[in-house]
Ligand binder design. Structure first.
Ligand SMILES: [Zn+2]
Ligand SMILES: [Zn+2]
Length: 381
C-alpha cells in the first residue's frame, strides 16, 4: 500500500462500490470516523471552551447529559471502529477512527476538566461543527444510500474533499458569521425606542415561539429570494455565487460549497428583517441551525418527485432544478423554503416528475478552495 496515511484513508473512503457494501466494514468504519471526530470535537470544546466552543451552547455543555452523550459517542466510535477492523481487509478507515477516538480519550474523554486559558477573542465553533456533522452526516448519508436520486453516485464522489472543507469552514466559522450578522443589532435596538417599529417589535416578541419561527422562515426567505436573484443578475456578484453552482454532483455536502464573502453577506442581509422586527434570540439561533439541515436536504442526492408538496415546500427536486445545466432551469427557483415566492415573482419551474439532466455552470470555475476564493476577483466577463 503506497502513499501517506491521509492518501490511504481517502482511498479507503473512495473504495469501489463492491468494497463498500454491508458486511465489508465500510459503513461501520465510516460511522466510526464521524463519531470519533465528533467526540474529539466535543472533548476539545469541553476542555478549551474559551476558544473552541460557542458561548451560546454553554448551558448544554454544562449539563450532565452532555457528558453522558459524549461518553456514548466515544463508546460507539470504539465499537464501530473495532467492527470495521474485524470485517475489513483494509484497515485505514477503522484504524484512523480508533486513533481519533483514542486521542479524545487521552484528552480527558467525557470526564475532561476545563483548561483555564485566556480568551483569544476568536471562537471556533468546534462543538457546532460536531453537532452539525453528526446531525447532517448521520441523517443524510444513510438516507442517500436508501433513496438515491443518482444511484451510481458515490458518497465520496469527485470534489468531495473540497466540499468537506467548505463544510468545515462554514460550520467552524459559525461564530464569526453570527457575530458579523448580529453586529447591526445594537444599532437597531438603540434606535427602535418609539413609533410603529417599537410597537411592531413588541407585538412580534409576544407571539408564540413556533409562530415566530415560521414567520422568521418566511421573512428570511423573502429577503434571501431577492438577495439570491441579485447574485444571479449582477456579473460581479455572480462570480461569488458561481462557486456554489460549480458543483457537478448534488448531495448533502454540495450545499456547503459557498464563497466566504457570500455566506457573510447572505447571513447579514437576510437576518436584517429578523433583527429589526424583534424576534426572540432563541428563534434566530434555532433558525440558523435549521438552515444548515435544510441546505443539506435541498442539495441531497435523494429521489422522490413530491409533485404536490414540492409546490409549497422547497425539497430536493426544486433546488436541483436551480442547479440545472439545462437551459429551462437557469435563473429559476430562487427560494430556499417556500416556492410561493418564485410563483409570485415569475421564476418558478417544477415540471411534474422531471429532473435536470445535469448540474453545473457553463463557465470554467477552478478546482480547490483557495482558487475558488480568488475566482470572483480574477474572473473575466
Ligand atoms: Zn443560485
Ligand atoms: Zn444550491
Amino acid at each position: 500500500m503506497k502513499g501517506n496515511f491521509l492518501q490511504r484513508l481517502a482511498r479507503d473512503l473512495e473504495a469501489p462500490i463492491e468494497a463498500r457494501g454491508f458486511g465489508t466494514g465500510w459503513f461501520s468504519g465510516f460511522f466510526a470516523l464521524i463519531l470519533a471526530v465528533a467526540g474529539l470535537c466535543f472533548v476539545a470544546a469541553l476542555r478549551w471552551p474559551a476558544w473552541a466552543a460557542m458561548p451560546e451552547l454553554g448551558p448544554v455543555r454544562a449539563s450532565a447529559e452532555f457528558r453522558l452523550a459524549v461518553h456514548g459517542v466515544l463508546i460507539a466510535a470504539y465499537a464501530l471502529a473495532l467492527l470495521s477492523l474485524l470485517l475489513r481487509p483494509r484497515k485505514a478507515l477503522g484504524a484512523t477512527a480508533l486513533a481519533i477516538a483514542l486521542a479524545a480519550t487521552i484528552l480527558g474523554g467525557s470526564a475532561v476538566q476545563r483548561d483555564e486559558t485566556r480568551n483569544w477573542g476568536i471562537f471556533f465553533g468546534i462543538d457546532f461543527f460536531a453537532v452539525n456533522m453528526v446531525a447532517t452526516g448521520l441523517m443524510f448519508a444513510p438516507l442517500e444510500r436508501v433513496f438515491p436520486r443518482h444511484s451510481s453516485q458515490r458518497l465520496f464522489r469527485q470534489e468531495w474533499r473540497e466540499d468537506l472543507f467548505y463544510y468545515l469552514v462554514s460550520s467552524m466559522m459559525v461564530q464569526l458569521i453570527t457575530f458579523l450578522t448580529l453586529a447591526p443589532s445594537g444599532y437597531i435596538n438603540a434606535n427602535a425606542g418609539a413609533g410603529w417599529l417599537a410597537s411592531t417589535r413588541a407585538a412580534i416578541s409576544g407571539l408564540p415561539w413556533l409562530v415566530q419561527f415560521v414567520l422568521a422562515m418566511a421573512l428570511t426567505d423573502l429577503a434571501q429570494y431577492w438577495f439570491h436573484r441579485l447574485f444571479h443578475r449582477v456579473p460581479f456578484l455572480w462570480g461569488f455565487h458561481a462557486v456554489h453552482h460549480s458543483a457537478r454532483s448534488m448531495d448533502w455536502l454540495a450545499g456547503a460549497r459557498m464563497h466566504f464573502v457570500e455566506i457573510v453577506l447572505l447571513r447579514g442581509v437576510t437576518s436584517l428583517p429578523l433583527l429589526t422586527l424583534g424576534f426572540l434570540p432563541s428563534v434566530m439561533q434555532a433558525y440558523v441551525g435549521l438552515v444548515y439541515v435544510w441546505s443539506s436536504l435541498l442539495h441531497a442526492n435523494l429521489c422522490g418527485d413530491f409533485d404536490r408538496l414540492g409546490a409549497w415546500l422547497a425539497l430536493p427536486r426544486f433546488h436541483h432544478w436551480h442547479h440545472a445545466i439545462d437551459a429551462e432551469g437557469v435563473d429559476k427557483n430562487f427560494a430556499i423554503h417556500f416556492p410561493i415566492y418564485d410563483r409570485i415573482f415569475g421564476t418558478y419551474y417544477l415540471p411534474e416528475g422531471a429532473w435536470p439532466s445535469g448540474y453545473g455552470v457553463p463557465e470554467e470555475v477552478p478546482n480547490g478552495y483557495l482558487a475558488q476564493l480568488r475566482y470572483p476577483f480574477v474572473r473575466k466577463g
